[in-house]
Design a protein around this ligand. Structure first.
Ligand SMILES: *[C@@H]1O[C@H](CO)[C@@H](O)[C@H](O)[C@H]1NC(C)=O
Ligand SMILES: *[C@@H]1O[C@H](CO)[C@@H](O)[C@H](O)[C@H]1NC(C)=O
Ligand SMILES: *[C@@H]1O[C@H](CO)[C@@H](O)[C@H](O)[C@H]1NC(C)=O
Ligand SMILES: *[C@@H]1O[C@H](CO)[C@@H](O)[C@H](O)[C@H]1NC(C)=O
Length: 511
């Protein structure tokens, strides 16, 4: 059974404004409340099986509601003994996260896990002033710092900066030793090389810090910690949450809506190297950007496209949706940066789907303009895409905006996603361009039937843990496998007591 009509209420919880006024002391109660609300929400929908790749038809009214949960609900609470962060830390861990909003979220989650593994104190992660967005707002400008530290208090100690050390009456700042972790470094690198330097110097600084910890880790408790960071601790600041909710409220006042991340931007297009559809002037711009930012590579448009390496054009996105049965009354929120090529590419899409919105068309206020520059703009788009009824990314390459959202929507209740299989669709589009129009819609539908629409599904490499955290971060009340059993609610109070006990012990040894 699919459920409709609960989006709003559910959205309130993730938005956090339902908890407005609750002070930090009550955050455990809040966490429990959230978990209870989620279990309430999910207990009613359990049917069908996990591998629903055997779908025979695509029904629009089903796409407008959440996917089948098959009795699974999100849960990232520990399921085995989880010791509080040690009272004596091995040193300070500083990281600098580069990339856009989503790459940073992933990096922050990795940093927390790295600190946990090393029994280190984490210094609030530094966010790179993004070269593309020219943004310098940092962690404080985007995320709710107090909520972050509080939510993770059972996991790691977090400080805002490395404190000054007082030795023989002299104040001295610990200088963090700079290290460059290998890409996707295994846990053992952190417990050997990195830990050694940390103990030697008191602090280490890992930079750049993106994809510096292996994603597949054979320890579900570690993976659940990543989910606690990504889906619970990393909450945007109240102004961003408020603005996103007001946009969603305005959109939903007229009924359900779809969000699309139209990745048809200059950086993506030049990375993909799909130039031939552009004018000579446009090609010059893309090629220049490519030379300046990416390693040289021989890129032949027809070859790239045939294997699904080119981002879908807005028109192709429109045609896929039409083939699935969405008509011109469908309301679509477009999350995107600057679309490359302008109206020439947007007009065909607009004629298929005239009811298009973006954050500035929904809300014209000063406040919006103030709050949607740089990373904060990405954050608003992130929230609207998270809360929308359907989400469709058009290019889910590595470390893209879409990847984290796919994972977050899965965690947030198996919310429908439409993930076009570009490689399988490419020959159908090529046929259409060559005049073979008949059977186009059926062919598209046949490809789409084999894709996942946001149900629980097995992660198959190269799918990222951040795109699909099933099954580690999900549980069942009546599981076939005992490891999937939902933890009892008292786990949080056990952890709370242990943390308190440790604090008391530390106080008494001090005394
Ligand atoms: C971290 O602390 C735990 C609990 O005290 C201990 O079992 C583990 O070996 C420590 N790990 C490191 C790398 O210090
Ligand atoms: C939607 O399509 C119908 C025909 O299928 C047409 O009559 C109508 O004007 C279109 N609506 C808009 C807003 O373009
Ligand atoms: C948002 O939509 C409006 C109206 O359709 C358009 O003029 C504007 O360029 C769009 N803004 C962005 C950032 O895409
Ligand atoms: C331990 O001492 C600190 C101050 O030194 C105090 O803030 C904290 O509440 C004490 N913790 C407990 C559990 O008594």
């Amino acid at each position: 059974m699919r459920r409709a009509g609960l989006h709003r209420q559910h959205g309130r919880n993730v938005g956090g404004s339902g908890f407005k006024g609750m002070v930090a002391k009550l955050s455990i109660a809040a966490a429990v409340l959230l978990i209870c609300t989620l279990s309430l929400f999910f207990s009613a929908s359990r049917t069908s099986n996990v591998q629903s790749n055997f779908r025979r038809e695509i029904r629009l009214e089903e796409l407008w509601t959440n996917a089948d949960s098959d009795g699974w609900r999100p849960s990232s609470t520990p399921r085995s003994h989880w010791h509080p962060p040690p009272s004596k830390s091995n040193g300070y861990l500083r990281v600098r996260c580069n990339g856009g909003l989503n790459q940073q979220r992933t990096a922050i989650s990795n940093a927390v896990l790295a600190a946990r593994i090393m029994n280190a104190t984490l210094v609030l992660p530094e966010l790179d002033a993004n070269s593309f967005w020219h943004d310098e707002s940092g962690f404080h400008g985007i995320y709710d710092v107090e909520h972050f530290i509080q939510t993770l208090r059972f996991d790691v100690k977090i400080v805002e900066s490395i404190p000054e050390n007082e030795k023989n009456g002299k104040k001295k700042k610990i200088k963090a030793f700079q290290l460059r972790p290998p890409r996707d470094a295994p846990i053992s690198w952190y417990t050997t090389d990195a830990l050694k330097k940390m103990k030697e110097h008191g602090a280490i600084y890992l930079t750049p810090f993106s994809h510096r910890l292996a994603e597949e880790i054979d320890d579900p408790e570690y993976q659940r910690l990543r989910c606690r960071v990504n889906y619970h601790a990393l909450r945007f600041k109240p102004n961003i949450m408020k603005l996103s909710e007001s946009i969603v409220d305005k959109l939903r006042a007229q009924g359900p809506f779809m969000s699309i991340h139209l990745r048809f931007e200059m950086d993506m297009l030049s990375f993909a190297g799909c130039f031939d559809i552009f004018t000579p002037e446009e090609q010059k711009i893309l090629k220049k950007y490519r030379e300046e930012n990416f390693a040289p590579k021989k890129l032949v448009y027809n070859e790239r496209r045939a294997i699904g390496k080119c981002p879908l054009t807005p028109e192709e996105v429109g045609l896929i949706l039409r083939a699935l049965g969405f008509d011109n009354s469908t309301r679509i929120y477009l999350a995107a940066g600057e679309l490359f090529g302008g109206d020439r590419f947007m007009n065909p899409f607009r004629s298929l789907f005239p009811r298009l919105e973006n954050h500035s068309s929904v809300d014209h206020s000063e406040e919006l303009v103030e709050n949607t520059r740089g990373l904060a703009g990405s954050a608003v788009d992130y929230m609207v895409c998270l809360l929308s009824d359907i989400f469709m990314p058009t290019y889910d390459g590595p470390s893209n905006f879409a990847n984290n959202l796919l994972g977050h929507r899965l965690y947030y209740g198996f919310r429908t996603t439409i993930r076009p299989d570009r490689k399988a669709l490419a020959p159908i589009f090529i046929d259409r361009e060559n005049g073979r129009m008949t059977g186009f819609n059926e062919a598209v539908r046949k490809v789409m039937l084999k894709t996942n629409f946001g149900e629980p599904h097995k992660r198959v490499s190269p799918e990222s843990f951040y795109t699909n955290s099933w099954p580690e971060c999900f549980c069942q009340t009546a599981p076939k496998n005992p490891a999937d059993k939902c933890p009892p609610n008292y786990v949080l109070s056990v952890m709370h007591n242990e943390l308190n006990k440790q604090a008391t012990d530390t106080n008494s040894t001090k005394a």
